[in-house]
Design a protein around this ligand. Structure first.
Ligand SMILES: N[C@@H](CCC(=O)N[C@@H](CS)C(=O)NCC(=O)O)C(=O)O
Length: 204
């Protein structure tokens, strides 16, 4: 059983999407990040960086005490290893998939998050910041498009946790002023993942 500490944000959706894909049993514990739940001592004990998502695996494969994990990239790798799904065992494919997973957690997520912040939430309009993050967002979409011209999914022709990490951010492309028609390979990839039953359940 997986306890998922969750809010309906791109980083939260990643883990829900994995759990829906694999059928692992899970319970959602909502964390209201607008009201400050992420700063509660009980939550900080699991997620010291005060961010969702976090999980507790109450039945780790070693049969020992529950394991708690924060950081979406590590949660996805842990769950992929636990289930033997959605991360290749082939060394070369695994490298390709993991480098795109890290590309997402280190770039595509944080930069698009800054884009959302400065274009939608900031109380003050800061043209320099808006332009900086919009330019970087478009660059990242070009990088994504170039890769998806070469492989069906991120890093390989197999759907993996790299796609699971990236799709929930691309889902909000309109929020970061991206027209997918300008990125045809991303559009093709996006539409294929959008149709997966687990994706439909995750975003229902
Ligand atoms: N690097 C973290 C980022 C997680 C993150 O940014 N979570 C946001 C929601 S999408 C959050 O919890 N924000 C609350 C806060 O910053 O106080 C991960 O990949 O798990």
């Amino acid at each position: 059983m997986i306890d998922l500490y969750y809010a309906a944000t791109p980083n939260g959706y990643k883990i829900k999407l994995f759990l829906e894909e694999t059928g692992l049993e899970y319970t959602i514990h909502p964390i209201n990040i607008s009201q400050g739940d992420q700063f509660a001592p009980d939550f900080l004990a699991i997620s010291p960086n005060n961010k969702i998502p976090a999980i507790i695996d109450t039945q780790p494969t070693d049969g020992g005490q529950p394991i708690s994990i924060f950081e979406s990239g590590e949660i996805l790798i842990y769950l992929a290893d636990k289930t033997g799904q959605l991360l290749s065992r082939d060394i070369r494919t695994r490298v390709a998939q993991l480098q795109w997973l890290f590309w997402q957690v280190g770039g595509f997520g944080p930069m698009l998050g800054q884009n959302h912040h400065f274009t939608q939430y900031a109380s003050e309009k800061v043209p320099y910041a808006i332009q900086r993050y919009q330019t970087e967002t478009e660059r990242l979409y070009r990088v994504l498009n170039s890769q998806l011209e070469k492989t069906a999914y991120l890093g390989s022709d197999e759907f993996s946790i790299a796609d699971i990490a990236t799709f929930p951010w691309a889902k909000f492309h309109e929020h970061h002023h991206i027209d997918l028609n300008d990125y045809p390979a991303v559009k093709r990839w996006f539409e294929v993942i959008e149709q997966r039953p687990a994706t439909q359940r995750t975003f229902a």
